[in-house]
Each structure stands twice: as C-alpha cells, then as structure tokens.
Design a protein around this ligand. Structure first.
Ligand code: BMA
Length: 359
C-alpha cells in the first residue's frame, strides 16, 4: 500500500513539475495574451505612460507616482518610450535615462503589472524628430535606398539590443506589448497616412517585425494602433492592417482635443467598428493611448470616458504621461482627483491590485 502511495505521489509530482516547466517555457507573448484575455472577463485595465518618472509637480523621483498618490494603487499597465535609443543616446526623447526605463519596466513586471513599449524614432532621412514630415518619401527611401536601409536596420538593431536586456534575474524575458508605427492614419509622423503608401507601410511594419522574430523575441505581443478616426470601414482599416498573423492586439490612440461631442461621436463610431472587426478576427483591443490634456473637466473620467468604455470589451486604456505643463492623469490636488477615485472604485476598472490579487 505504501509503495503504491509513493508511486502515485511521485507520478503526481512529476506531472506538476512538467506542467510548471511547460508554462515556464511558453513564449512570454502567449502567456501575456492569455492573461489579458482572462482579465478581460473582469473589466478593463488602467495604464499610464511614464508613470514613475515625473508628475504634475515633481520630476525624476523614480518610483513615485501621481496615480499611486491619488488612489493608493499603481496602474495595471505602464507604458515607456524608446525614442532616442536609435542614436545610442543614454536618455529618451523626454529625458528619461534608458537604464531607468529598464529598471522601472522590470520592477513593474515583477510586481505583477503589464508593460508596453512605443518608439518615436528620429527621421532617418532628415535627422529631424519623429514629427518631421518635411520629406514625404522617408519610408519608401528606408525600404529601397541602401544607405537609408542600412542606417535604419542599425537603429532597429539598437532597439532590439535594448529589448534583449529586458529580462528578470533568472534570465526570463519580460512579456511586452510592442506598438510600432502608431497613429499611422494621421500625417504627423514620418510613417503617417500621407507620407507613405499602404504597401510601403505594411512592408515597413514587416521590416521590424521580421527582424525581431528572427532574433527570437517571442516575448513581444504586437499591437497595431492607428489614431482616432471617426470614419473606419473594413476597406480603409484593412488597407494598412499588417495581417492577423502579425497583430495580436488592435489599439486606437484617442484623445479629446476638441469638443466632448465630437470626441464621443468619433470614439463611439470607431469602437463600434473595432469591436466588430476584433471579434471577427479574434483579437483583443484597447485604447493604447488616450486622454484629455490637463483635465479641465472635473468629471471627465466617469461622465465622458467611462460610459463609452463600458459599452465595449476593451482590455485597457492608457492616458499619456504627466509632465508638469502637459498631463493626462491627476495628482491628489488636480480637479479630477475625486472623479478619478470614483473611477478607481468601479469594479470593472482594474488597477494593479486587482490584476495581481484577483487572478
Ligand atoms: C507626445 C508628447 C511629447 C512627447 C511624446 C513622446 O505626445 O507628450 O511631449 O515627447 O509624446 O513621449
């Protein structure tokens, strides 16, 4: 009897170890996708760009957070930007040291949070910023002119070299939502709507994705994030969509720059479309950037934004960075702080504690 018992125990133990090992060895992007899909059942997550670098009244106090100061919890998601790494700069375009980005990103992952990376690269032809649209052939030149292609591949390599360092102490790669060439239906970035053809845009997407796949970055969950549009239809959306085998998350960057009425109308129309498209193609979708600059409207969170988000199974929304004169989330004294606390208490709006404790 004892023998049978021991045999059974060792069998159960080896089964458990195998399961754990298989889970441990699964590509990070797959694990993250499953986790986000499961979390979707509970609600949608709050994310914030550059959360622990600066705020409304402070800067470079790494680890501090306006969001945490306001609601006593961290965002579920944190976003970081790699702009400037292509030039081998030690700080990004907003002055954040890359070693602090690495540190805070890994820290957030280790406390159970989710992380996302964007990249606002310089213009490889003019050497201007990502917003330099003075040459409308940049993408085409990168794809077809050897000198620019070589230069840009080096830039991609530097981004890849940084991503390769995003590991925990045990050598495990951090799963990351990676969001290249965003807001491509606008014409303010050199990869935007009027700055390249649909075919070139897709080839340009493949350029970075194929290179990162070749490097074995199976921890990247690829997010395709156009901007608030107000006029999507399947034909227009598909024109630049990289393909179901190349995208795991559909995003949209949606800011209220103009009137509330225009914002609500455009976002509702877009989410109607994206919800149907994402459902049909079995994709998650999110507001990969969003916000109202400097939050002049005391109840914007629960009166304007939340009712729209409540209508769709989005998986997260991520207001942009808080940087003194330009901020998108409140601190405790900001006029939307009370409303933001109300948002925090809503059972379907998930911050860090909810995604780490309830699942
Ligand atoms: C923009 C602004 C800029 C910033 C850029 C990248 O929306 O916040 O100030 O440089 O994002 O973070």
């Amino acid at each position: 009897m004892k023998k049978v018992y021991i045999l059974f125990l060792s069998f159960a133990l080896s089964l458990a170890i195998d399961t754990l090992k298989a889970e441990y060895e699964r590509p990070g992007a797959e694990v993250l996708l499953d986790r986000m899909t499961a979390l979707r059942e509970k609600g949608y997550m709050f994310g914030h760009q550059d959360d622990t670098f600066y705020g409304l009244t402070w800067e470079w106090d790494y680890g501090r957070s306006d969001v945490h100061d306001t609601v006593g919890d961290f965002p579920a998601l944190m976003g970081f930007d790699l702009g400037g790494i292509e030039l081998k700069n030690d700080k990004n375009l907003d002055g954040v040291p890359f070693d602090k980005i690495r540190q805070e990103l890994i820290k957030h992952h280790l406390r159970g949070g989710i992380v996302t990376l964007s990249w606002h690269p310089r213009n490889p032809v003019t050497d201007g910023t990502a917003w330099d649209v003075s040459d409308n052939q940049v993408v085409h030149k990168v794809l077809t002119v050897d000198t620019f292609k070589k230069k840009f591949m080096e830039w991609i390599t530097r981004v890849g070299d940084f991503i390769a360092t995003l590991k925990t102490d045990d050598g495990k790669k951090v799963p990351i939502i990676f969001r290249p060439w965003h807001e491509n239906n606008g014409s303010w970035f050199w990869w935007g709507q009027n700055l390249c053809s649909d075919e070139d845009y897709k080839a340009f997407w493949n350029l970075i994705q194929d290179e990162f796949r070749r490097r074995g970055f199976d921890n990247l969950l690829w997010s395709y994030s156009p901007n608030l549009d107000g006029g999507w239809n399947e034909k227009r959306f598909l024109a630049r969509y990289p393909g179901n085998d190349r995208v795991q998350l559909i995003g949209e960057d949606a800011y209220q720059w103009g009137t509330e009425q225009d914002f609500v109308k455009a976002l509702t129309a877009d989410l109607d479309f994206i919800y149907a498209f994402a459902t049909k193609n079995n994709k998650l979708f999110a507001l990969t950037e969003c916000g109202m600059k400097n939050l002049p409207d005391a109840t914007w969170w629960t009166r304007v934004l939340k009712p729209i988000m409540d209508r769709y199974p989005i998986c997260y929304f991520l207001p942009w960075r808080n940087y003194i004169e330009e901020f998108f989330a409140p601190d405790p004294r900001q006029e939307t702080a009370a409303d933001f606390k109300k948002l925090y208490k809503s059972p379907n709006v998930l911050f860090l504690k909810e995604i780490t404790q309830k699942i």
